[in-house]
Design a protein around this ligand. Structure first.
Ligand SMILES: [Zn+2]
Length: 341
């Protein structure tokens, strides 16, 4: 077992390091900067060069972070470690670990759809693949993102004509910037952000990701008319007094969970845009197969359906428990719930 789950996290004994540990450790290799994967308190971090700015924002100025470019080999106690693009958010990486002729890859979170805000997913062949399965159910199938962004623009446009603001709830790291990139050519109205989104958006621009101009909403004078504008805010602001300043506004939520109609109702939003930074069911299975892995370990999300599917195809698969709950909390569809087409 080159990598195994311990009470502190996914551990490589031969190299004496952890991948995305959930307890502080001496040496942590980080797949990406989302809070459930990059936690405070470890002595040394190794992460991708591409995501260094956002990771620094998340871990603080004092964190000891070694940055590696994608594909660059780093030797930890004689174990060869390299980071490869995961296509999930800026800087996200799959961790390839090679020792004594054996190759393991820990995926972290990943998607294979193109995304202008990060490097594209790279397929890495391996003997053992540790994969996420956030959306590991056959009901999760993403529509082409071009269609989703066209919907966002039409909705924003209709709101602007009615003098309303359009509020999109999106996770501050990754999803918010992907939404911004997706509406870059819309030219419907000004774009405002919540402070948490603005801070990370600045990190993205500093990392040479082109995004449309935004303004921090809180900097606007009292009584400013936000009619026709687009506001990108973290989901935590829903129902808060921070929203009052926008006056008449239509709320929407951008997430893979919006594929389930009930999830939209529970969020109390007018619109749900099905936009995920994780692989859907078909892409999850085809990616696992393409790695050529003989052994697959399935972590966080809907693990059992994925394990079953792999076992039926003669691929050795097990489910492993982790503390990576995903930046998008799991919302299981209730019995009989309708799937949005
Ligand atoms: Zn993530």
């Amino acid at each position: 077992m080159l990598l195994r789950v311990t009470d502190r996290g996914l551990y490589c004994e031969a190299g004496d390091f952890y991948i995305d540990p959930w307890q502080p450790v001496d040496r942590a290799v980080i797949t990406h900067a989302h809070g459930d994967h990059a936690r405070w308190g470890s002595r040394h971090y190794l992460a991708s060069d591409e995501g260094l700015r956002v990771l620094r924002t998340r871990l603080g100025a004092d964190a000891s972070i070694q940055a590696a470019t994608y594909g660059e080999p780093v030797h930890l106690n004689g174990v060869r470690v390299s980071l490869h693009p995961a296509g999930h958010i800026l800087g996200s990486a799959q961790i390839r670990v090679e020792h004594a002729g054996e190759v393991w890859v820990a995926s972290g979170d990943y998607k294979v759809d193109p995304d202008p805000t990060c490097s594209p997913f790279e397929l890495v062949r391996c003997h053992t693949f540790i994969t996420e399965s956030t959306f590991g159910l056959p009901i999760y199938r993403w529509r082409p993102q071009g269609e989703v962004f066209a919907e966002v623009r039409d909705w924003w446009s209709a709101n602007a004509r009615a003098g309303r603001a359009s509020i999109v709830y999106a996770y501050a790291l990754g999803k918010a910037q992907r939404v911004l990139a997706g509406v870059a050519d819309a030219d419907i109205g000004p774009i405002f952000t919540h402070g948490a989104v603005e801070r990370l958006t600045r990190d993205y621009r500093d990392s040479r990701i082109a995004l449309p101009a935004t303004r921090h909403a809180s900097e606007m004078p009292r009584g400013h008319d936000f009619g026709g504008s687009l506001i990108i805010a973290p989901p935590s602001t829903a129902g808060s007094t921070w929203l009052r300043r926008f006056g008449a506004a239509s709320p929407a939520f951008a997430s893979g969970w919006m594929q389930i109609r009930g999830a939209r109702r529970r969020r109390g939003v007018d619109r749900g845009f099905v936009l995920s930074d994780h692989v859907d069911w078909p892409a999850l299975l085809s990616t696992i197969e393409a790695t050529g892995a003989e052994h697959v370990q399935v972590t966080h999300g809907f693990r059992e359906p994925v394990v079953r599917w792999l076992l039926e195809r003669g691929i050795d698969a097990t489910s492993i428990a982790s503390h990576w709950e995903g930046e998008e909390e799991v919302e299981s569809p209730a019995a009989g719930e309708e799937i949005v087409a």
